[in-house]
Design a protein around this ligand. Structure first.
Ligand SMILES: Cc1cc2nc3c(=O)[nH]c(=O)nc-3n(C[C@H](O)[C@H](O)[C@H](O)COP(=O)(O)O)c2cc1C
Length: 352
């Protein structure tokens, strides 16, 4: 079970300073393409009102030619603190996109230098910038010059095991004017497999003066505390652990501030949150929102007998009512029968 040492509590008790911008939380919600839209961020903020959040990554070239804000760049006027994340390899397009992002209300601009997806790297964006540090540097300089808000970078530890250059790369980003660096402790070649190598985050933290945020495998309060202890990082960023679980950032934040573990939501509370998520996605995006909701719904429906059956049905919902009825029926059944572990979880219990 997680315990909060007084040294960790003291170290993290002050606001996170990103250049001149202060954030009253050391726990951040990561950018997740296809997930962290305005609706998802609103849910995360219910439990973590002070945490920094990020839009999904926005293509600067697309913005340059279309000159119209895509929906993924929309932010709620009341949602703060918020960073708009951009990707591209062209310093001039990124500078222009950053100015549009600031007009939209971004508190900081984050540049994606970690995305492993081929479609992005073959055009010179995302993690391919790890192999072109001079371009990455030019990008940071150009964006820093273009906007008055702080500019931050999110990257990985290297392209592959043979090309781990996190320390040198991070130093170059700092020298170019980045005001914070988030480091995902995997190489591009790892994708999302294997473990995040927090030891590299510790090495980077040792040499930078700007805040370093640790990212990778933060699936619980316990993992967040271990990561902060092992890396000395200035904060942690939760990512896949928030899929179907928008409570995680708030749980970690609460623990770091108080040393108390919040009682995790039970399956009924999770399904009630799923219900809100579905309703909000419908209101915000209409039918497209329903299609996007399918994956979210299956992530929520976990941890009780019959959850697999429910997931199968939620994965193919066609409209709002269908989804709401399924969720309400599941909640009613749980209220009447209580909940038991899922079958695979029961098997694990038997094996133990
Ligand atoms: C579905 C998905 C979408 C992602 N989209 C983005 C993105 O838009 N921008 C970004 O910087 N990272 C993105 N990431 C990477 C995560 O922010 C994070 O760095 C990574 O998942 C490692 O953390 P984890 O091991 O806790 O999941 C994405 C990851 C996933 C799984």
């Amino acid at each position: 079970m997680a315990t909060l040492s007084s040294s960790l509590k003291d170290r993290l008790s002050t606001p996170l300073k990103i250049g001149s911008f202060e954030v009253n939380s050391r726990v951040l919600q990561s950018p997740l393409s296809g997930v962290t839209d305005l609706v998802f961020r609103r849910l995360v903020r219910r439990y973590a009102p002070n945490s920094m959040m990020y839009t999904e990554m926005v293509n600067a070239t697309g913005l340059h030619y279309v000159k119209q804000l895509p929906k993924i760049m929309e932010i709620d006027p009341n949602e703060r603190p918020i960073s708009i994340q951009l990707f591209d390899c062209r310093p001039d397009f990124l500078a222009e996109a950053a100015q549009m992002a600031v007009q939209e209300g971004a508190d900081t601009i984050d540049i994606n230098m970690g995305c492993p997806v081929n479609k992005i790297t073959k055009n010179g964006g995302g993690s391919s910038l790890l192999r072109q540090p001079e371009v990455a540097e030019a990008i940071v300089r150009s964006v820093v010059q273009a906007v008055s808000v702080p500019v931050t970078v999110k990257t990985r530890i290297g392209w592959s095991d043979k090309e781990i250059n996190a320390v040198e790369f991070a130093q170059r980003m700092e020298a170019a004017g980045a005001q914070m660096l988030t480091l995902h402790g995997r190489t591009r070649a790892q994708g999302y497999n294997g473990s995040a190598r927090w030891e590299w985050i510790a090495k980077v933290k040792e040499v930078l003066s700007i805040p370093v945020i640790a990212n990778g495998d933060i699936f619980s309060v316990d993992a967040a505390v271990r990561c902060l202890e092992q890396t000395g990082a200035d904060g942690v960023m939760c990512s896949r652990g928030t899929l179907g679980y928008p409570f995680l950032v708030g749980e970690v934040d609460h623990f770091l501030k108080t040393g108390e573990l919040l009682t995790p939501p039970n399956p009924i509370e999770r399904l009630e949150c799923a219900r809100d998520h579905l309703q909000m996605l419908w209101e915000y995006k209409g039918e497209r929102g329903i299609r996007q909701a399918r994956k979210h719904m299956t992530w929520y429906a976990k941890g009780f007998l019959y959850a697999a059956e429910l997931r199968g049905k939620l994965a193919v919902i066609e409209n709002l009512d269908q989804g709401l009825v399924l969720i309400d029926q599941a909640i009613e059944r749980l209220r009447q029968q209580g909940w038991q572990p899922e079958e695979d979880e029961m098997l694990q219990l038997v094996e133990v």
